[in-house]
Design a protein around this ligand. Structure first.
Ligand code: SAM
Length: 264
């Protein structure tokens, strides 16, 4: 039977989860109501898809591997599953559901985890999301100011959402096993986002640029990014309530938001 399965392509980050208890726990972490539409990233051989179908009104799964697409379409006859062939990064997620509200799930390909997490921040966003990712990436997403793992990914996600690590998954739960440990990450939109929709793009650019200079003091960071003088940089930082000698890695999400506003 296993011989009929399309073979795993490492190039596409294909590590298939086989432990049914872990798969059920991932689907449970999404707390589906039974009627919601789920967008699934990278369904692979449909292991998680099956658990999602049991809990959702409809599943739209986007898979890049064209050999897996016909396999998936045949695997769940009569179930409310649509399999879309393509690169998830090239499609606005909301377009996959035809504009319907959605929740997001994915045992994502690890070679593009960070781009996927950023892609999912583009509105209209999921009502909530559950991802299986490298443990190290999950720790970066939830890291707080001052922590070693804190960076642009932490700030950008936390400005819009509350992320939390639900549980860890050992490499041995996959076939073939990846080289790293994994963790299940849940991301819920913040009721009080730190930035307004029209500020999202400049905020993202500012945060990326600041962490590109993470060892520099904020006076230097603002001078460089804003192409301005030290005096003007000090004024901007004072307006944002930020110490000119602090470093980007110590700034909280709310301080980055205040800085983005002061720089405008
Ligand atoms: N969900 C399955 C499971 O739990 O066993 C498979 C997970 S596997 C880690 C990641 C899946 O994402 C693979 O099936 C791979 O082909 C697919 N994939 C890789 N790159 C992709 C992309 N850019 N867009 C959509 N799917 C992609």
């Amino acid at each position: 039977m296993r011989d009929d399965l399309p073979r795993a392509r490492k190039r596409l980050g294909q590590h298939f989860l086989t432990d049914p208890r872990i798969l059920a726990r991932i689907a449970d972490a999404l707390e589906l109501t039974g009627t919601e539409t789920v967008v699934e990233i990278g369904p692979g051989r449909g292991a998680l898809t099956e658990h999602l179908l049991d809990r959702a009104g409809r599943v739209v799964a986007v898979e890049l591997d064209r050999d897996l697409v016909p396999y998936l379409r045949e695997k769940f006859p009569g179930r409310p599953l649509e399999v879309v062939e393509g690169d998830v990064l090239e499609r606005p997620l909301a377009a996959l559901t035809g504009g319907e509200e959605f929740v997001l799930a994915g045992n994502v390909p690890y070679y593009i985890t960070t781009p996927i997490l950023f892609h999912a921040l583009v509105p209209p966003r999921a009502r909530r999301a559950v991802y299986l990712v490298q443990r190290e990436v999950a720790e970066r997403v939830v890291a707080v100011a001052g922590a070693e793992e804190y960076g642009a990914l932490s700030v950008n996600v936390q400005a819009l959402a509350n992320p939390r690590i639900m549980f860890r998954v050992p490499a041995g739960a996959f076939s073939p096993p990846p080289k790293v440990e994994s963790a299940v990450l849940r991301v819920d939109p913040r009721p009080d986002p730190a930035i307004a929709p029209e500020e999202e793009r400049p905020f993202r650019e500012l945060v990326q640029a600041a962490f590109g200079l993470r060892r520099k003091q904020m006076r230097r960071v603002v001078r460089t990014i804003g192409d301005t003088t030290a005096e003007r940089a000090d004024e901007i930082l004072a307006a944002a309530g930020i110490d000119a000698e602090a470093r980007p890695e110590t700034l909280t999400v709310e301080q980055f938001a205040a800085l983005a506003r002061a720089m405008r």
